[in-house]
Design a protein around this ligand. Structure first.
Ligand code: ADP
Ligand code: TRP
Length: 320
């Protein structure tokens, strides 16, 4: 089974990204032939600053490798190192009804926000279809917001196969609903856009300070507290063993413990949890050659598959 996913290089990762997207993406390497790429071509639709683009790509590469992505098992590459994707996107463009693209939620959301649409924004799903079809992926794990784009991919593959003969595998989206939403400092979904995040590789002192600012109710130290409705406890659960969770829950219910104590314990656990990854990241950051080699090797692996698919598609339409 071939599994493929892509991630946009967009800013510093937080623990919501880690539990909701990175860890599941890294686990794919257990389940089949995995392809994971940094969607820099896609990021051009929103990032218009060369230095920010380079830094974003470098950060995502370091973050994933530090958090356990095994480049021997997952082909990890930069989208732009696979130029075959563009040729395929063009072939797909000619079986893409304009109305299909105009119906896409993410496109319509951007229009609604007043963003003046360019061709890149409209064609975004065609490029995404090319990413997926070029490796003949069977399964595409994505967040709910990307489900429609995978459905567009299926539509285009079916249309192309009907028009030109069987060429592409029809992929299935796999939506990560099982992953609970990680709450932010204020209890809403943790998100860059709400400014309520805890970064995974942030400055340790600043991270502790942010944890101490998690919003709680105003119960006094003596009062018994309810772990099930507390943001601190919800975050604590992500890092703690069953025994640690039971122990802290009992102390909540008994009273006599303030939220400050729970926050401090959360900060300690979080620091310990990410410490080995932080060390690995520092080691990798000192060795940019290694990271570049990994991406190049991943691209070579993906390109071998991509060339084969592209040749098949070129033959199907009569370019060869
Ligand atoms: P943000 O909301 O911070 O801008 P993105 O929308 O870039 O984050 O999300 C990138 C990935 O991380 C997506 O796959 C998304 O599902 C996941 N993710 C983001 N925030 C959370 C969260 N609070 N809990 C679980 N998963 C999350
Ligand atoms: N559009 C995806 C996102 O913003 C990233 C992406 C690009 C992708 N190409 C892909 C995801 C192909 C899965 C498969 O999250």
């Amino acid at each position: 089974m071939r599994i493929l996913s892509g991630i946009q290089p967009s800013g510093k990762l937080h623990i919501g990204n880690y539990f909701g997207m990175m860890r599941p993406a890294i686990e794919l390497q257990q389940r089949g032939e995995a392809f994971l790429f940094i969607a820099d071509y896609h990021a051009l639709t929103t990032v218009a600053d060369a230095a920010a683009m380079r830094e974003g790509v470098r950060d995502v590469a370091l973050d994933f490798l530090a958090c356990g992505l095994d480049p021997e098992r997952t082909a990890f590459y930069r989208q732009s190192d696979l130029p075959e994707v563009h040729e395929l996107a063009w072939l797909l463009s000619n079986v893409t009804p304009l109305a299909l693209l105009e119906r896409c939620h993410s496109y319509k959301d951007k229009l609604a926000k007043g963003i003046a649409p360019n061709h890149g924004l409209l064609a975004y799903p065609v490029l995404m279809a090319a990413d997926i079809l070029i490796v003949q992926a069977n399964v595409v794990p994505v967040g709910r917001d990307q489900k429609q784009h995978v459905e567009v991919t299926r539509d285009l593959a079916i249309k192309f196969n009907l028009a030109f003969g069987d060429t592409f595998t029809i992929p299935e989206p796999q939506i990560a609903d099982a992953v609970a939403v990680v709450p932010g400092l204020d209890g809403q979904k943790m998100s860059k856009s709400y400014g309520n995040t805890i970064e995974i590789f942030g400055d340790p002192k600043a991270t502790r300070k942010r944890i101490m600012s998690i919003v709680t109710d105003s119960k006094t130290l003596e009062e018994p507290k309810d772990p099930d409705t507390c943001n601190v406890f919800r975050l604590y659960k992500l890092f703690a063993t069953e025994a640690q969770q039971a122990d802290l829950a009992a102390r909540y219910r008994a009273g006599g413990m303030g939220y400050g104590t729970a926050k401090k314990e959360l900060a300690d656990l979080l620091e310990t949890f990410f410490a080995p990854m932080r060390a690995k990241r520092a080691e990798l950051a000192a060795n940019p050659r290694y990271v570049e080699d990994v991406l190049q090797a991943g691209a070579a692996k993906a390109r071998a598959v991509a060339r084969e698919t592209l040749q098949r598609a070129r033959r199907a339409v009569g370019l060869e």
